[in-house]
Design a protein around this ligand. Structure first.
Ligand SMILES: *[C@@H]1O[C@H](CO)[C@@H](O)[C@H](O)[C@H]1NC(C)=O
Ligand SMILES: *[C@@H]1O[C@H](CO)[C@@H](O)[C@H](O)[C@H]1NC(C)=O
Ligand SMILES: *[C@@H]1O[C@H](CO)[C@@H](O)[C@H](O)[C@H]1NC(C)=O
Ligand SMILES: *[C@@H]1O[C@H](CO)[C@@H](O)[C@H](O)[C@H]1NC(C)=O
Ligand SMILES: *[C@@H]1O[C@H](CO)[C@@H](O)[C@H](O)[C@H]1NC(C)=O
Ligand SMILES: *[C@@H]1O[C@H](CO)[C@@H](O)[C@H](O)[C@H]1NC(C)=O
Length: 366
């Protein structure tokens, strides 16, 4: 993770993350340098479970090697009209697993009923030109869908986000790298565990937005232009484990910024909030051994009231690339170097190491 962060300071941030994101998708590369997903396919599957190949062209119906599930590959569809036409074909079975549409520059809108009677468990429509996903577009798959992966489009309207509770098996919604201007003021789901709204110009998280996501574990909210975080926004989520808020504009974390009542957080990632100067005591729920990453923030002080309880719980605090002044605010750390083991990057802005400081030099401090 931190090698990556070093890279980020050298290279255009989104390029690095595009690269990372696309690594998840498979093996070979196309002209844009994006990876084309490799879909393992059984060679001699039973006839008559797929529609007539001519009727669904340019999509293909394939059988997944892993579990024999049927998938549709629709990378080369020209537009929404053609996509709708494909799904009007005669399908011997309508229970599909994946829909893949990758690097497609024609389909801009998914509107109601576009997939006919075909149901999917995974929607993987990534790195394309989609702008709108309307209410009803995915509703044919209400009872089946597990993953909605729409990473890397230009989506500014994604109606299913306002109505998540109608998808009882849904685990993951990935809307990373899109153009969402906001998120709904309330999202309701007793099934989703992963939500990714990173790289969208959201700006603000409504106070009740997450409270109804009762099983949420991973909240990815990188680079969304957030400049403040409302106290208590995560409080009701007992399942929360991982909150990533990198590359936002946060300056100050108030009490209860990232707290949850019965949860065991493993990571609160705030790296590269270039403005972040202050974290109040009680801003973050501390779980023993968790990590709090403040790499590349604007912290000048290591306030005892905030950080002593964290380090005493053996939580790891990442502080590399912060302009630490190393005045009397660090006297407590200099005097108790066993706590310093849990600080990564305890380096003052003049390049000196806190662990090498002589406690006697801090005798003048209270
Ligand atoms: C979907 O199923 C209904 C009822 O079985 C049928 O009337 C309709 O023609 C089907 N639609 C498509 C696009 O196949
Ligand atoms: C297809 O899905 C329907 C409804 O989800 C289910 O009733 C049916 O048993 C499934 N058929 C197969 C072959 O899995
Ligand atoms: C949510 O989905 C239901 C069922 O399809 C629909 O009737 C309702 O209009 C949707 N609600 C919103 C707010 O879009
Ligand atoms: C979005 O976040 C989820 C976890 O919530 C993660 O699994 C996924 O890889 C992320 N997507 C991208 C494109 O980084
Ligand atoms: C968090 O950890 C504690 C101690 O291990 C455990 O008792 C508790 O059930 C955990 N909470 C959740 C929500 O997993
Ligand atoms: C960091 O804090 C200093 C004051 O300590 C301030 O002058 C500077 O503008 C801040 N940097 C950013 C990027 O906000």
């Amino acid at each position: 993770m931190h090698v990556l962060q070093l890279l980020n300071s050298l290279i255009c941030v989104s390029c690095v993350y595009c690269y990372v994101a696309s690594q998840n998708h498979g093996k070979t590369s196309n002209a844009q340098g994006l990876d084309i997903p490799h879909i393992p396919v059984k060679s001699n599957y039973e006839e008559n479970i797929c529609p007539d190949p001519d009727e669904i062209w340019p999509c293909q119906c394939v059988q997944e090697e892993s579990d024999g599930g049927l998938s549709m590959i629709c990378h080369d569809v020209q537009d929404s009209v053609e996509l709708r036409r494909v799904f009007k074909a005669d399908f011997p079975t309508t229970n599909f697993s994946h829909l893949y549409m990758f690097d497609n520059y024609g389909v801009r809108v998914l509107d109601a009923g576009i997939f006919g009677n075909v149901t999917f468990t995974h929607f993987s429509l990534t790195f394309g030109a989609l702008k709108e996903v309307h209410e009803g577009a995915l509703q044919g798959s209400t009872g089946t869908v597990v993953v909605m992966d729409f990473n890397g489009n230009r989506i500014h309207k994604f109606d299913p986000l306002s109505n998540l509770s109608i998808y009882p098996k849904l685990k993951m919604v990935d809307l990373c790298f899109n153009h969402l201007p906001s998120i709904p003021s309330v999202m309701l789901s007793d099934s989703i565990t992963h939500l990714n709204i990173s790289y969208n110009p959201i700006g603000e998280l409504p106070i009740g937005a997450f409270a109804g996501l009762t099983q949420l574990k991973y909240a990815h909210i990188w680079e969304t232009g957030l400049s403040d975080i409302k106290p208590g926004i995560f409080t009701d989520i007992d399942t929360l484990e991982y909150v990533s808020l990198e590359f936002n504009q946060l300056e100050y974390l108030p009490v209860d910024a990232v707290t949850c009542t019965n949860c065991n957080l493993t990571m609160v990632d705030l790296n590269h909030n270039y403005r972040l100067r202050e974290v109040e005591p009680g801003a973050i729920t501390i779980t023993p051994g968790m990590q709090i990453d403040l790499y590349g923030c604007n912290m000048t002080q290591v306030q005892e009231a905030t950080w002593r309880p964290v380090l005493q719980q053996q939580a790891i605090l990442w502080l590399y690339e912060n302009p630490l002044e190393c005045g009397c605010d660090i006297a407590w750390l200099v005097r108790q170097k066993e706590l310093l083991k849990h600080v990564k990057g305890a380096i003052c802005s003049d390049g000196s190491y806190i662990r090498l400081k002589d406690p006697a030099d801090y005798d003048i401090c209270p």
